[in-house]
Design a protein around this ligand. Structure first.
Ligand code: PEP
Ligand code: MN
Length: 338
């Protein structure tokens, strides 16, 4: 349920309504807009309590949100969320490129890659230190040593850092080194992890589960938001379909769809989404044309020697070309009459 305050409502009236919500055992989430404030009422069957507010001043109307996700919905917040990743805005007018190796392998390769992607215009360095691999025999990542390398690369290049956290007990550790926590596709429904990253207050890049619907993905975001962490960016990374000629099917329908349903920014991962480096550039351009606020792309100095996901990693030349074409696309679309 959403309580829409009148645009004349005072701060004291908003506070009084929020207090009343707490008194009846529900949780208020206040969203102060330019025009008016909204109070999301979180808790089971909130709409049944609507009469409890009939005597409070400053309320314009009480709406039932029929969608299962509330805080993530456009109804709760009409304006786009801009996630502040240590000073880099994700979700604003600028398309943000996150780039780097699938896994942090060693310091030299990470620094080389970081310098190169920064020169080309990337703002955020990606790199897995904890890798949730399908096989227990595959490279599992360098752990904390990898996080230290990411922090060194950040200090040297000014890039912000995003890296995956795979278990609730590691959230605090990973938070010490990164600017944004990545929740991977295999963990999108790990509710204990979602709650812990929610409590951490760090910006979160929430991958779509490879077998999850858009609604389930938004409900996963709701887990993080409902812990008071509003810094969630969604990441479309491809889903399982009957098609086997690509690793996953990159569902670009979800980009404009999620933008209709939610105020959260959407980032696209064409590397995991296709599994083939030759498809990464065209699908990146398609993602941005479809309205993505950002891209997360795997780049490796020597993809043939990568310890993970080499087949879908761009080499430096490929990344340079992607960035060049992306700039051209952005110039072309910016000059379109709206
Ligand atoms: C990755 O980004 O390297 C990764 C493992 O992503 P996903 O969780 O989308 O597979
Ligand atoms: Mn990968």
């Amino acid at each position: 349920m959403i309580i829409v305050m009148s645009h004349h409502a005072t701060r004291a009236q908003v506070d009084a309504v929020a207090e009343r919500v707490e008194e009846i055992g529900l949780r208020p989430e206040v969203s102060v807009g330019e025009d008016r404030s909204l109070i999301g009422v979180i808790g089971g069957n909130a709409y049944a309590y609507r009469e409890s507010f009939s005597h409070l001043a400053g309320i314009q109307e009480i709406l039932q949100i029929t969608k299962p996700f509330k805080l993530a919905s456009r109804e709760f917040q009409a304006r786009d969320t801009v996630v502040d990743v240590a000073g880099v805005p994700v979700g604003g007018d600028e398309v943000v490129v996150m780039a780097g190796p699938c896994s942090v392998e060693d310091e030299a390769m990470l620094l080389r890659t970081a310098r190169f992607v920064a020169e080309q215009g990337a703002r955020i360095l990606r790199g897995g230190a904890f890798k949730p691999r399908t096989s227990p025999y595959s490279f599992q990542g360098l752990g904390e040593a990898g996080l230290e390398m990411l922090a060194t690369a950040r200090d040297e290049t000014g890039l912000r850092v995003v890296s995956e956290v795979v278990t609730p007990s590691d959230v605090e550790l990973v938070c010490r080194y990164v600017d944004m926590l990545q929740v991977g596709t295999r963990n999108m429904q790990n509710y204990a992890l979602l709650q812990e990253v929610g409590r951490s207050g760090k910006p979160v890049l929430l991958k779509r589960g490879m077998s999850s619907t858009v609604e389930e993905w938004l409900l996963a975001a709701e887990y993080v938001l409902s812990q008071g962490n509003r810094g969630v960016a969604l990441c479309e990374r491809g889903i399982r379909t009957f098609e086997t000629s690509t690793r996953f099917t990159l569902d670009l329908n979800s980009v404009p769809l999620v933008r209709e349903l939610s105020h959260l920014p959407v980032v696209v991962d064409p590397s995991q989404g296709t599994g083939r480096w030759s498809l990464v550039r065209p699908m990146s351009l398609a993602a941005v044309a479809a309205g993505a606020h950002g891209l997360i792309v795997e780049v490796h100095p020597r993809p043939g020697e990568a310890l993970s996901d080499g087949a879908q990693s761009l080499d430096f030349e490929g990344f340079e070309r992607l960035m060049r074409e992306l700039r051209r696309l952005l110039e072309a679309t910016a000059s379109q009459p709206v």
